[in-house]
Write a new protein. Structure first.
Length: 264
């Protein structure tokens, strides 16, 4: 897809951070936008930052409310009379040792990051198949490519997304449906403040790596560039991207490094 002018793009997790930056960038490129997240007031703020407000519709949703997502998908498709791109960007992170993290926290991370995301995707696919075109993106993480201490549930949920979307890509290829997995490194957003601790509370502080991470506006441009090229997978970040190569080619070295790296 060379241009998103007049294309209908649905973005989840659009209330802040990466999702907000994507909404702004897509609006600059002339897209019609459907913005979703739990916080409607924050979505209103995101819309106010977009180029043409009348081309932006708000559709609040909670990825944990899985039984509502199929109906919300039908509503999304009806807002502008169609859909061209689904950006699965909604999600939540985690900070806590595995032995101290309650299973309820593990389940919540998976309900939001994995199950909610794939339910939306499964609801959209029949429409894309019928029209024999469409594009699906999912925001994973470099932690979707390797594990990291105090992020066991988060890393696991992102790894699961890779398994699902890599398999899906092969299934829908003949219908002209593109599937792209985006793996950002640390991005300077509120993700670490909102991350769940072992007890399920918000961490309420920003990690040093996040604070020094890439600006979400920069990521948004690179994200959309990867989509235009219909890349299967894109790794976007700073030096942390090299960790993916180290993990692949020097797994023993990587294991020693990750044991000692400062991860918060």
């Amino acid at each position: 897809m060379n241009s998103y002018n007049n294309k209908i793009v649905w973005i989840t997790g659009a209330s802040s951070g990466i999702g907000r930056a994507l909404a702004i960038e897509f609006s600059k490129q002339g897209a019609f936008l459907i913005l979703s997240a739990r916080n409607n007031e924050a979505l209103i703020e995101t819309r106010s930052l977009c180029v043409d407000h009348k081309n932006v519709k708000l559709l609040p949703l909670d990825l944990q409310e899985i039984d509502k997502l199929e109906g919300i998908t039908k509503e999304a498709i009806s807002l502008f009379g169609g859909l061209d791109v689904l950006i699965n960007n909604g999600g939540i992170s985690q900070r806590g040792l595995a032995t101290e993290t309650s299973i309820e926290v593990d389940r919540k991370i998976f309900e939001i990051n994995y199950f909610g995301t794939i339910v939306l995707t499964k609801a959209v696919i029949p429409y894309f198949v019928e029209n024999k075109k469409g594009q699906i993106a999912v925001t994973s993480s470099v932690v979707g490519k390797f594990g990291s201490p105090v992020r066991t549930a988060y890393a696991a949920s992102k790894h699961a997304l890779h398994g699902f979307y890599d398999s899906l890509r092969a299934e829908v290829h003949s219908y002209n449906i593109g599937v792209t997995i985006i793996c950002p490194g640390p991005i300077n957003t509120a993700i670490s403040e909102n991350a769940l601790t072992a007890s399920g509370e918000k961490q309420n502080k920003k990690d040093d790596a996040i604070a020094s991470g890439m600006n979400p506006d920069v990521l948004a441009k690179k994200y959309i560039k990867a989509l235009k090229k219909n890349k299967r997978e894109a790794w976007i970040g700073k030096k942390e991207v090299f960790a993916i190569y180290v993990k692949r080619f020097f797994p023993g070295l990587f294991a020693r490094i990750i044991r000692n790296v400062k991860v918060t």
